[in-house]
Each structure stands twice: as structure tokens, then as C-alpha cells.
Design a protein around this ligand. Structure first.
Ligand code: 4NP
Length: 157
């Protein structure tokens, strides 16, 4: 079975598109079959491409995320996706409230998958500068690698 993974932040224009891009790229490189998407808990940026600063951070690491489009997370997503991966503590609190009872999604923070960083948030870079976006890239790519390792080990079992 192909696992399905949804990355979620607040606006779906900075952290979750970067996480989706980083994870998608690693999975493709390793030939791991997975379906991915990203969404925001908020609705302000629906339909927009990722923030230019996020696009630049991705491009600095060889990735083009310009074709992604922001959308808002829905209750249906918890039935459609196996894994809903939140970037920060506020996102996960909002998602817990939204999650329908009995839905299949496993809800975690991205950094829960990184040994020693369990429970930590990927900081919101929106009011920051290029170096904050680079820090976001480092966090989400570390998380993406750890999540991929986790899914690969589960798929073997
Ligand atoms: P993101 O960043 O949640 O990583 O996409 C933000 C994007 C927009 C806003 C806040 C954070 N905003 O306040 O509009």
C-alpha cells in the first residue's frame, strides 16, 4: 500500500510546502512510492504559490516548489491521509480539534520523527529573513529524512 502524507502549517506558503518539497525529493531519489500534499490550518493564502522566500530557500537546495498551491486543511483530509504532519504546537492543537473521531490519520509533529527533537516545533519564518528560511529548510529536510526512514522501516515489516 502506498502511504499518504499531508504536511500542515498555518498558511501553507512557507513551512509545509518546503517540507512537502524536501520529502517528495528524498522519496523520489530513493524510489519510495508515496503520495504527498500540504495544507494550512488558516485560509488567508488559499490558491497562492509558496512565499518567494520559501521558493528561494528551496531553489538554493536544488528544488522548484513554485507550482505548489496553498489550500486549507479539511476534516476529510483525516480520512484521506495516513499521516498528517504538523509543523508546530499550535498547528497540532488546531488539527486535534478538527480531526473527526474514528478517522485513520496518525497525527504528529514533523520533528517527532527526529531522535532528540521529539515534541519540538519548526519555527514560523514568516516575519523573518532569508536566514530564518534557511533554518526552516534545515529543520524540514532533517524531519523529512527521518520521516522517510520511519516509513521505509514500516513498509519492510
Ligand atoms: P507558514 O507561515 O505557516 O509556514 O506558511 C506563515 C504564513 C502566513 C502567515 C503566518 C505564517 N500569516 O500570518 O499570514
Amino acid at each position: 500500500m502506498t502511504p499518504t502524507v499531508l504536511f500542515v502549517c498555518l498558511g501553507n506558503i512557507c513551512r509545509s510546502p518546503l517540507a512537502e518539497g524536501a520529502f517528495r525529493d528524498l522519496a523520489d531519489q530513493e524510489g519510495f512510492n508515496v503520495k504527498t500534499d500540504s495544507a494550512g490550518t488558516g485560509d488567508w493564502h488559499i490558491g497562492r504559490a509558496p512565499d518567494k522566500r520559501a521558493q528561494v530557500a528551496a531553489r538554493n537546495h536544488g528544488l522548484d516548489i513554485s507550482d505548489l498551491k496553498a489550500r486549507q486543511v479539511t476534516r476529510e483530509d483525516f480520512h484521506l491521509f495516513d499521516y498528517v504532519i504538523a509543523m508546530d504546537g499550535k498547528n497540532i492543537a488546531n488539527l486535534k480539534r478538527l480531526q473527526p473521531k474514528g478517522s485513520k490519520a496518525k497525527l504528529n509533529l514533523l520533528l517527532d520523527y527526529v531522535a532528540g527533537k521529539e515534541g519540538q516545533s519548526v519555527a514560523d519564518p514568516f516575519r523573518g529573513n532569508a536566514s530564518d528560511f534557511e533554518k526552516t529548510w534545515q529543520d524540514v529536510s532533517t524531519g523529512a529524512k527521518a520521516l522517510l526512514d520511519y516509513l521505509k522501516s514500516r513498509n519492510k515489516a
